[in-house]
Design a protein around this ligand. Sequence first.
Ligand SMILES: O=C(O)CCC(=O)C(=O)O
Length: 335
Amino acid sequence: MQRPSGIVSPADVETFWRDGVVCLRGVLAPAEVEHLRGAVTRQMSGLHASRTGYDFEALARQVWNQGAVMDTGQADRFDMQRMKEMVRADEAARPLLEEGEETGEGLFFYDVAAWKHDVGMRSVAFDSALPRIACDLLDAAYVHFWEDTTFVKAPRTRQKTAFHQDLAYFQIEGDQCVIVWMPLDPAGLENGVTQYVRGSHLWGETYAPNVFISQTPIASSPEKRCPDIEGTPDKYDIVSFDVEPGDVIIHHVKTVHGAGGNLSHSWRRAVSFRYCGDTVRYFNRAGAIPQFGVSHTLRDGDRLFAVDYPIVWPRPWPELNLAPLYEYTRIDGTG
Ligand SMILES: O=C(O)CCC(=O)C(=O)O
């Protein structure tokens, strides 16, 4: 049944703050799921020409292969050669692969910031029930949209997503921030649904970003390495949910999480949205992953008032659709 727009129950709020993660069923309408699928299909179609799209499984093969020259096509958001050197220099690094035969058919597609050019993605990010849900969970006065990220694992993808904490990936200070993970296909452990370390948002730690395909921390981050969750899973209270398109899993920005590969015959497409509340401040932290196409001039400590981080809840009036207003916003800051 469709959840009434934007309503989270007190039990949902309690679960979120206790566990650092909550699964809400039937939040997105079928048409909204279709918008996301369309956006992801367009992103994937452009992989070879894209500046922001990567196949992390192919890159992982190159990282572990001594001779390989890193080939990222047109994508220039990460210095992959540097990343390869970082992983090589890390004595604890190991490939994070599901056991099984290497078929070469896998694909771990990663892309960001489709909201800037894809009205379907933008309409779900801005005009679905999600902004209000984020605002209610965070008990925020208002919420900004920070960014969308796409994570697709094709059938026969062995590459796992290394466990990590999101906070130090972002140029923010404060933890009034949620990440909404939306499956576009039925997802469970067999095809790589996300897994969360329950209560890890309360550990009082900030962990360095890692490179997703290995636990190797980004060298420029001053934060400590995330514990080896994959290597010692029994030590942790790891939770996951079997989900259908339309369901959403929302985690706190400090909740440690990761995902398996996808050895099943079905796709595991997912989009993830990040929302920040009013107490979050801009912080250009060392080691954070550079954002694509931002034009702001925010300084550390500033509130997130910038065209790059639209306020998406509350709306000037509840029925106003915000997505069309951003058609006219140039993302490169020149117009
Ligand atoms: O889908 C995945 O593999 C990872 C998702 C994730 O890390 C996130 O949404 O923050």
